[in-house]
Write a protein that binds this ligand. Structure first.
Ligand code: PLP
Length: 344
């Protein structure tokens, strides 16, 4: 967390904005559009994710990675149901819904499985490789098997920076399979996403031009306090079409004239906090270079810590160091590590 972000949070609380539509607070919507494009440029994301680029892509601030994943899962589900109803008019909607299936890796965060529970759609946790990476071949096998059994694949949620070891799923090979099978590909980069901003981490961005949506938490690596989870969609219309429920009291006279998104259709709640303010103040105060320097410092500290672990014969590494994460254990019985963890 940083002081600029805390100031932004206090101001947002003080203003008491509940920005569920543009008219409630034009600044709340418009600043979010601005900072989401700044962030996309900062992270070197493909241009189709920017609001300023002609086309249906754009970014939104969700409260948490869990919400971002749930939004992707629900939107992908609704798109799949519509597609199947068109292709198979002989099937009832409930028959289609009963056949839906989604995929992730056994290394993915608990929120992925939870999204499946909330969306009433089973998410198969596929075995990651020895290096804890999920690859296209594993996804392809699972999809072939499920399609043969009459199921309908909907979405694959890949992770860049798994919670356990900060492993990176192979987005390019997963994208190849998803494109062939019309499966939505979402990337959960909750922790590692900030590193997209670093030239030395450019390889982490491989394949992002082929994903349908992604999320990353500014409240993890970017000095912005909880809650602040950035989410980008290649085609936001797919989310808006899935979630758009209007009422007379939500209408206003400038509707359709502003060219600005109504973010209430991009999220689960109706009301919205002015989260963009803390992102804006953090960026304006620390600057892109200041934020990069902060992330590099974390990475350097991890390298220093790794050197200490390697130099100490009581400990060993259990996974390659990745960004700010060093996974280590005490040599010998696992109980020693369990006790050390308790003491820490
Ligand atoms: N995804 C990953 C990879 C995570 O590491 C975490 C949290 O540790 C989450 C999702 C959940 O984040 P949130 O608390 O924002 O829902």
């Amino acid at each position: 967390v940083s002081y600029p972000s805390i100031v932004g949070e206090m101001l947002a609380s003080g203003f008491g904005i509940i920005g569920f539509s543009w008219i409630c607070s034009p600044a709340c919507t418009e600043l979010e559009v601005v900072v989401m494009d700044w962030l996309a440029k900062f992270l070197n994301l493909p241009e189709h994710f920017l609001h300023e680029t002609e086309g249906p892509g754009g970014g939104v601030i969700q409260g948490s990675a869990s919400e971002a994943v749930l939004v992707a899962v629900l939107a992908a589900r609704e798109q799949a149901v519509r597609r199947e109803r068109e292709c198979h008019p002989e099937l009832s909607e409930s028959e289609i819904r009963g056949k839906l299936i989604a995929y992730s890796s056994d290394q993915s965060n608990s929120c992925i499985e939870k999204a499946g529970v909330l969306a009433a759609m089973p998410i198969k946790l596929l075995p990651a490789g020895e290096d804890l990476v999920l690859r296209g071949a594993t996804l392809s096998e699972a999809i072939e098997r499920d399609v043969a059994a009459g199921l309908i694949p909907v979405i694959c949620i890949a992770t860049l920076g798994t919670t356990g070891t900060c492993a990176y799923d192979d987005i390019e090979s997963l994208a190849g399979i998803c494109e062939r099978r019309q499966v939505w590909l979402h990337v959960d980069a909750a922790y590692a996403g900030g590193a997209f901003a670093l030239d030395e981490c450019a390889q982490l961005r491989r394949g992002l031009d082929r994903v349908d949506s992604l999320n990353f938490n500014l409240h993890k690596f970017m000095l912005v306090n909880f809650d602040c989870s950035a989410m980008w969609l290649r085609d936001a219309n797919k989310v808006v079409d899935s979630f758009n429920v209007d009422r007379i009291y939500l209408k206003h006279k400038y509707e359709g004239q502003t060219q600005l998104p109504d973010f209430r259709h991009w999220q689960i709640p109706l009301g919205r906090r002015f989260r963009a303010l803390k992102v804006w103040i953090t960026f304006r105060t620390l600057g892109a270079e200041g934020l990069r320097a902060h992330m590099r410092k974390h990475i350097d500290l991890a390298a220093q810590f790794e050197a200490l672990v390697k130099a100490d014969e009581r400990f060993e590494l259990v996974a390659p160091r990745a960004l700010g994460l060093v996974c280590f254990r005490a040599k010998g019985d696992n109980e020693i590590t369990a006790q050390l963890l308790q003491r820490l």
